[in-house]
Design a binder for this molecule. Structure first.
Ligand code: GUN
Length: 296
């Protein structure tokens, strides 16, 4: 049996259309567009690609995109001054400082300068704390996107056994929190987990976010499980070209799982869509305009 494919690209497209509709309503009610500011320091090619696609997606959703490019040798003081300027700018609802930062710039120091109520990445420790105690804040985009795909596929997650492989602050930990809040029974596995294949085999839901190409094998997966692959790894293909693979060995997992996200086209497209969602939610909150946030 071959697993159903979870089409993150199509889901993200649907979400972007909803966002565009709500962005139009926001503009009509607030008399201005929602605004997302992105700060890029240096010239890392992958970061330039990300920032360009974020900018395009923001405009396509009917929101304002403000891009600030700073030289790679910028001082931490200059970057922090830029963040403070954006904190104070009423036209800016969301601030994203593209990571990684060039060497010598302290990411934590910069992120903790962002106004938590404009921190649409959900990386500020205040937002990590809010998520941890169940207060309204911002949740990191990738795990929130994974949760949306899971709920779309499975409906109620109550009582499901979930294993999250990876314990990063950006994906693994918030993912585990979100699944716990959705009443799943959650195990966080990582590089030191004993008998990882056995741990994974118990799970109705597997979220792989370890950054190791094709590590999770088909025979680790419980038949019928739902597999969410967060990994994006560039490896050498057989034809001499490089290709993208996930953290899950797709071909073997597909034979066992009930449903699985492909790489590319699974989780990846969700991240930018959720970023736009968070920026628009921020705009509604900042203008005190009512919004059913769960509908987005
Ligand atoms: N670099 C790669 N992905 C991301 C992201 O989602 N947010 C930020 N700030 N930097 C990134």
């Amino acid at each position: 049996m071959s697993a159903a494919l979870i089409d993150g690209k199509a889901f993200a497209e649907g979400l972007r259309q909803k966002i565009a509709k709500f962005a139009g309503e926001f503009e009509a009610k607030a008399g201005r567009k929602a605004g997302l500011a992105v700060v890029l320091v240096g010239e890392d090619p992958a970061s330039q690609v990300y920032v360009r696609s974020k900018g395009k997606a923001t405009l396509a959703a009917g929101m304002n995109s403000l891009e600030y490019k700073m030289p790679a040798d910028s001082t931490e003081e200059a970057l922090i001054a830029k963040v403070k300027e954006l904190n104070a700018d009423p036209a800016v609802d969301g601030i994203l400082v593209q990571l990684p930062l060039p060497k010598g710039l302290d990411e934590q120091a910069v992120i903790s300068t962002i106004d938590p109520d404009k921190d649409v990445d959900g990386f500020h420790i205040i937002n990590a704390g809010r998520l941890s105690v169940g207060q309204k804040g911002f949740v990191p985009c990738t795990p929130l996107g994974c949760l949306m795909l899971l709920k779309d596929r499975l409906g109620d997650l109550s009582g499901k056994d979930a294993v999250v492989i990876g314990r990063s602050n950006i994906v693994g930990k918030p993912m585990a929190q979100l699944l716990t809040d959705a009443n799943a029974t959650v195990t966080i596995a990582h590089s030191r987990t004993a008998n990882l294949p056995e741990v994974v085999k118990r799970a109705d839901i597997v979220v792989a976010a370890v950054g190791r190409p094709e590590m999770v094998k088909g025979d680790w997966i419980k038949p019928g499980a739902t597999v969410i692959d967060v990994g994006i790894n560039r490896v050498d293909g057989e034809d001499g070209k490089t290709k993208l693979v996930g953290d899950v060995d797709f071909d073997s997992a597909r034979e066992v799982a009930g449903a699985i996200t492909p790489v590319p086209g699974g989780v990846g497209p969700m991240t930018i869509a959720v970023l736009l969602r968070n920026a628009l939610v921020s705009a509604y909150r900042r203008e005190n305009i009512a919004l059913d946030e769960d509908a987005l």
